[in-house]
Design a protein around this ligand. Structure first.
Ligand code: ADP
Ligand code: MG
Length: 242
């Protein structure tokens, strides 16, 4: 069953045609990796999915419903579709625990005690249970990114979007974040991951998409994508990053 459907999605920034008709569909439990050169529209595309960006033509459906339908509550949509950014975007003045409980308490009206219990369980899941009382600045980049993932999971999303979650990390911290993402994937989370971590793509992606100039150029399961890319542009890109 399709969880996210893109129907000819087109977007312009002023005169600039950034998404030139994206059509695709992501099944429940599918892990999609999106790669492509800088500026190809990857961030713009995934940001459209939880309405951080508007688009001018086409439709995106979540669970069968148009995300711009009249009955759609954006806050609810963003609970269902979590996002993790390259820059962790934690609230610097709040403890790790508060970073995670804030939205469940404020947006979902979850009782504080219940929200804290869930937050602690999620911190355990991402491997930093002992850091709950610290502030973001006291954590390493890898730990902060794991808090950001826990914060998104605290809303009990049905889909997780990742926008180059390891690109701002020192190399030795990349795996601790990828491992959390791999666990999530194995647990059946539906994931759209913009990343150039091709080892991750090989290991956990169900499908890899290559974007260039606002278009999906290639889309294939990882084995096929890496062994036998059909398009010259994909080959050139892979040659540069592998
Ligand atoms: P990617 O994530 O693949 O690097 P982006 O989706 O961030 O690409 O950006 C695609 C193109 O759109 C780039 O050329 C970028 O400069 C442009 N762009 C992104 N955001 C904006 C914006 N808010 N206003 C104008 N142009 C933008
Ligand atoms: Mg980007």
């Amino acid at each position: 069953m399709a969880m996210i459907e893109f129907h000819n999605v087109q977007k312009w920034y002023g005169d600039y045609h950034v998404l030139k008709g994206i059509t695709d569909s992501v099944d429940q439990g599918e892990v999609l990796v999106i790669c492509g050169p800088s500026g190809s529209g990857k961030s713009t595309l995934i940001r459209c999915v939880n309405r951080l960006e508007e688009y001018q033509q086409g439709h995106i459906l979540f669970d069968g419903h148009d995300i711009h339908g009249d009955d759609v509550d954006v806050n609810k949509l963003r609970c269902d579709i979590g996002i993790v950014f390259q820059q962790f975007n934690l609230y610097p003045h709040l403890s790790v625990l508060k970073n995670i409980t804030l939205a469940p308490v404020k947006v979902k009206k979850t009782p504080r005690k219940e929200a804290e219990e869930l937050a602690l369980a999620l911190l355990e899941r991402v491997g930093i249970h002992e850091q709950a009382k610290k502030f973001p600045a006291e954590l390493s980049g890898g730990q902060q990114q794991r808090v950001a993932i826990a914060r998104a999971l605290a809303m009990r999303p049905k889909v997780m979007l990742f926008d180059e979650p390891t690109s701002a990390l020192d190399p030795e911290m990349i795996n601790e974040v990828l491992n959390v993402m791999k666990d999530l994937a194995r647990d059946g989370m539906t994931m759209l991951c913009v990343t150039h971590e091709m080892g991750f793509a090989r290991e956990v992606a169900d499908r890899v998409v290559f974007m260039d100039y606002g278009e999906i150029v290639e889309s294939a399961p990882p084995l096929e994508f890496f062994r036998n890319p059909r398009h010259e542009r994909t080959r050139l890109f892979l040659k540069e990053i592998l």
